[in-house]
Design a protein around this ligand. Structure first.
Ligand SMILES: [Mg+2]
Length: 173
């Protein structure tokens, strides 16, 4: 499936949910692209997982912001790759630094930068410990198995909608 078809399908999917996140946060290594960028050279031409670009464009089209939270120790390589892929300017925040906290610091910085509350965010990552820590902050967090794709987007949107429905019920109690 080409980028346009993926985008079209993602937009159709986004139209099915009554509530949508305001911001979607992505990890980089093994979430948006299938490698550790610290093991690569800036001179290489990187590629994303097959559905990643179409999903990013669909989110932007729908008015949903996108951001990056990566613990990569080589932010220079990561940013060079984002540039080469032509997607660097899409992100409202790019937090790329190594840290012993399991991305809670990354998400806090993204929150400070954007003003978007944790409960309005959806997060994709391939590491269990990050998912565990970030979901405790109130962010709907999805563990991806083989990079972000339409199937993972669907479960993310579904979980987001059910989390926001249950938090509304709690408020009205
Ligand atoms: Mg990763």
């Amino acid at each position: 499936m080409g980028d346009d078809r993926v985008k079209e399908e993602a937009l159709r999917m986004l139209g099915l949910f009554p509530v949508l996140p305001k911001l979607v946060v992505f990890d980089l290594d093994y979430t948006l692209w299938p490698f550790y960028c610290e093991c690569r050279s800036k001179r290489e031409m990187p590629s994303l997982y097959p559905h990643a670009k179409g999903i990013l464009y669909a989110l932007k089209d729908k008015g949903i912001d996108v951001a990056i939270a990566s613990r990569s120790p080589t932010s220079d390589i990561a940013k060079t790759f984002l540039d080469k892929l032509g997607i660097q300017s899409m992100f409202v925040a790019k937090e790329i630094f190594s840290s012993w906290t399991h991305k809670t610091e990354h998400l806090q910085r993204i929150h400070r930068r954007t003003g978007i509350p944790f409960k309005s965010m959806l997060f994709f990552d391939d590491e269990d410990r990050n998912i565990e820590a970030v979901s405790k902050m109130g962010v709907t967090s999805i563990l991806v198995d083989d990079g972000v794709n339409l199937e993972e987007l669907r479960s993310g949107l579904r979980n987001y909608a059910s989390n926001s429905a249950s938090s509304n019920t709690k408020q009205s109690d």
